[in-house]
Each structure stands twice: as structure tokens, then as C-alpha cells.
Design a protein around this ligand. Sequence first.
Ligand SMILES: C[S@@+](CC[C@H](N)C(=O)[O-])C[C@H]1O[C@@H](n2cnc3c(N)ncnc32)[C@H](O)[C@@H]1O
Length: 235
Amino acid sequence: MAKQLELSPRLALLAGWVPVGTSLADVGTDHGYLPVWLQLHGRVRSAIASDLRKGPLARAKETGQTWGADGIDYRLGNGLADIRPEEAETIVIAGMGGENIASILAAAPWTADRRHTLLLQPQTHAEDLRRFLMDHGYAIRREALVYDRGTIYPCMEAAGGEMTLSLGQLWGGAKLLRDPLGDRYLIEKIIRLQGAVAGLNCSARPEDSKKADSLRDILTALLAMREEWRHANCP
Ligand SMILES: C[S@@+](CC[C@H](N)C(=O)[O-])C[C@H]1O[C@@H](n2cnc3c(N)ncnc32)[C@H](O)[C@@H]1O
């Protein structure tokens, strides 16, 4: 049997969220696996694969050629600067830091017009992305965790809208109360924050003591969320 392009669990989850027949833009495509897979499986009407750098874009083209995916529009560009609102109903921005994803959206405020579906997967600082979305007229419609090669990644579907998130939700997830990986995600964050607080407690600088106080508030919120998760999931 002919070999097939296989997606990692992280990209497979995002691929499953792409509405069938949509026009897609994958921003920061790198290897281009996602748009190539979607095109090969006839899931999208059109696909733009874009990247800031020439090397990754060349890799994406190579993936398309290797697997025989025709018709993908490969574009060099910073974020959404070279993509017009009418060209993509669904925008994927995955595999970057939460701050970078937020700055790409901030530079393209049309993404909050409620006509676009955003599939976002921050590698780090998911809390910064959730806060940006809340403060700039977006709502997270669904969120899920995926385990991929030893790491748990949050994936979000967002669109223009309104939402209010608690401190715990900013850090621990907007819609992860029923997620099977939710407890583990929260524990990992709690352990990391406890380490940071312990480090700050050794410092004599007054600003570090303030930082430790605010991290303790986050820890309290995450511990409460963990209790909520246990109530919701443990018989
Ligand atoms: C780690 S790769 C992620 C690849 C793929 N999206 C995934 O999730 O597997 C991140 C890619 O984002 C690109 N990138 C970073 N900042 C960008 C920006 N502002 N605009 C477009 N691409 C960007 C990088 O060049 C890199 O190829």
C-alpha cells in the first residue's frame, strides 16, 4: 500500500477542527504538513501556506511536491500581513509562542470580525494568548489538550466575541474542565509556579516579593481549578 502523510497528534487534532470545505490559511506553516494533508484529503476549498522565512516556506513547497498536493498558495509574509480577510475563512496559527500568536492577531484586527474561525495552538505562554483574546474582542469557543511526544499542548478555537475569564481560566484553560488531560495540565503548571515562587522567596529584592505574591494568587486559583476538575471528573 502507498505510504500516506501522517500528522502528529497535535496537528491531527487541529486538522479535525478545520471545517470541511473552508478556505484555509496556515500561518507559520514551516514543513506545511497541515495544509498539505488537508488538501490531499479534500477537506479544504483552498489553502494558503505562509511563513515569515524562506527556508520553512521552501520546506512546505517540498512537502507539497513530495505528496502531490496541487493548488496550495505558498506565501512569504509576516503573520497575516499578506493575506486578505476574504481569502481565508479559517486561520490556523500553531506551534508558536502565545505572545507571537497574539501579536499576529493584533496586527490583523479583522480577525475579530466574527466571520473568521481561528485555530490557535500556543507552544508557550498560553495564558498571554487567552488574556489577549479576552481583552481584544475574541471568545474561545472550544479548547482541548493534546499529548504529543511527552508534552501537553493546548489547542483553541476562537472567533470574534466576548468572554470573561477568571485568573484560573487564564492560566489553566478556558474550557478544559472536562478534558481528560486537564488534571495533568494543571499539575504541571502548579509545579512550575511553585518552583518559581520558591526561587523568588530566596531573593531580597522588594520587586521579587511582589512577583511572588502575584504568582501565589495564580497558584491558589489553579489549585481551586484542580478541585473543580476532580469534582467534575471523579465519581
Ligand atoms: C515551530 S514552527 C510551527 C510549524 C507548524 N505551524 C506546526 O505547528 O507544526 C513555527 C513557524 O512559524 C514561523 N513564524 C514565526 N513567526 C511568524 C510570523 N510572524 N509570521 C509567519 N510565520 C512565522 C517560523 O518561521 C516557523 O516556521
